[in-house]
Write a protein that binds this ligand. Structure first.
Ligand code: BG6
Length: 482
């Protein structure tokens, strides 16, 4: 059982709290992770009684929780922990009425609010003496919208909290399959010697979504795929794939190695930008037999908006291990299917002993992150026959879902438990966030200087054909989650 805590959720009536945080907390409460006196205090701008708030949460658990058994006993126990408090963060009186934290119980401030409020809330917490050595603050991505704003937020957080009290969430790091990358690379001896430009031809990281904006048009239109997904999730995955072996699994060792990768990302070449960067926006099309509207007709999207809903990039890493190996990253909304995976494509064999007419596919190691979790290695094998020597590609297939005993917990469960335990390993350190913004800012500067085309792609496709062409020109192709 964990030590007692008071968890304050700013934005307690918001989407994140209802969809993710409360369902994750409920499930862990069911598993008896929390001590009896641990409390959840939701904070919001609306006037509401505790009972009214609890009703909202009960309904969201029924809607979003993966467990259907909302039996009365477990709900009663959970709801006992919950209370609601109205707060106007601009009101000194409201802050004054905030009970001072008990030094022996961890006080966790979870900012499930727009990032524009992070600085203000952090300053108010400090001004009102609500921070002690046992306090933690949790903020969601995006931390800012560029390097300068990220710096401002990080500085404000640092005024009140030590770095080890600040938990910057990138929920992809809470996913089992993403953490499994560390196990694959560093708990097995067979990969490390070939994990470099000596044997690897290219690496693809795809995070494709078959959903559109889910009611977040306003935010998304100001953000776009590059800042919403690449700056954080895709670059974090790239770091885990490309980093050097850390000394140990502690948060500082792993973060030090990730930071080195971020600092080694080569700038995209201005004179050759169309060969390294494709932007797209979805048009009408159908996904699973449902007609999807075009981006420009979505709620919250500005008239004639040029925001990208798809981006494909070719990134080079300037270091000894990865010189010459392109990392192709792509992500998009309204794509053919939900599919996040990493493809490590190995080089061709140096000499084909089977003859020129026998085509040999390159080996591919495919790390499936979601919705299925697994590891697949594509190998060439001999086709059984009494004459000749014909070759066929077959997969070695490890379906991880079949081996999980706990069933699928949501990544927020893991992350919330880590915050409560005080373990920051799966959270981003400030220098990582800042380094990734430096790289993204430079790319955005290029986008502003050069008129990069915004390619339309059909909803339900794998993105604009220009993205296929980008690889085609280099005699490569995307795997497209086959
Ligand atoms: C969020 C993005 O960080 O990640 C969303 O803001 C995106 O736009 C989501 O849909 C994807 O997360 P997941 O876990 O569904 O792959």
């Amino acid at each position: 059982m964990l030590e007692s805590f008071n968890l304050y959720i700013f934005g307690g009536t918001g989407d994140l709290a209802q969809r993710k945080l409360l369902p994750a907390l409920y499930r862990q409460d069911l598993l008896s992770s929390f001590s009896k006196d641990s409390k959840i205090i939701a904070l919001g701008t609306k006037e509401m009684t505790n009972e009214e708030y609890k009703l909202i949460i009960r309904n969201s658990l029924l809607k979003y929780s993966k467990i259907c058994d909302l039996d009365n006993n477990s709900w009663d126990r959970f709801s006992e922990r919950i209370s609601y408090k109205k707060i106007n963060i601009k009101s000194e009186t409201d802050w004054f009425s905030f009970a001072k934290p008990n030094k022996s119980i961890g006080s966790i401030y979870y900012l499930a609010t727009p990032p524009s409020l992070y600085k203000e809330i952090s300053i108010a917490l400090q001004k009102n003496n609500l921070i002690n050595h046992n306090s933690r603050i949790v903020v969601e991505k995006p931390i800012g919208s560029d390097y300068a704003s990220a710096l401002e937020i990080n500085n404000a957080l640092a005024d009140g909290f030590n770095e080890n009290q600040i938990y910057r969430i990138d929920h992809y790091l809470g996913k089992e399959a993403v953490q499994n990358l560390l196990a694959l690379r560093f708990a097995n001896v067979i990969f490390e010697n070939i994990w470099s430009n000596s044997a690897i031809d290219n690496i693809q990281i795809t995070v494709a979504e078959n959903l559109s904006l889910e009611g977040r048009g306003d935010y998304y239109d100001k953000t776009g795929a590059l800042k919403d997904m690449v700056q954080n999730h895709l670059l974090q995955i790239l770091c885990l794939v490309a980093m050097e072996p850390p000394t140990d699994i502690t948060s500082e060792s792993v973060r030090d190695e990730k930071l080195k990768v971020l600092k080694s990302l080569a700038l995209i070449d201005k004179n050759n930008i169309n060969a390294s960067c494709i932007r797209g926006q979805y048009s009408e099309g159908s996904i699973d037999n449902t007609l999807k509207k075009r981006y420009l007709d979505e709620g919250g999207v500005g008239k004639g908006s040029a925001t990208e809903t798809f981006v494909a990039l070719k990134i080079m890493i300037d270091n000894w291990r990865w010189a010459g190996v392109p990392f192709y990253l792509r992500t998009g909304k309204n794509m053919a299917k939900k599919c996040s995976e990493i493809v490590i494509e190995f080089k061709s064999i140096p000499h084909n002993i089977f003859g020129k007419d026998k085509k040999l596919n390159t080996n591919q190691l495919i790390l499936k992150l979601q919705p299925d979790e697994g590891i697949q290695l594509k190998l060439m094998t001999k086709e059984p026959s009494v004459s000749g020597f014909n070759l066929k590609e077959l997969p070695l297939d490890l379906v991880l879902n079949e081996y999980h005993e706990l069933g699928h917990q949501d990544c927020y469960e893991r992350l919330l438990l880590d915050v409560i335990k005080g373990n920051p390993a799966l959270f981003m350190r400030r220098d990582e966030v800042e380094a990734s913004w430096v790289w993204i800012d430079r790319l955005v500067e290029l986008w502003d200087q050069i008129d990069i085309p915004l390619h339309e792609y059909l909803s339900g496709s794998w993105g604009p054909s220009a993205s296929d062409l980008m690889l085609d020109k280099e005699n490569r192709s995307w795997r497209n989650g086959k």
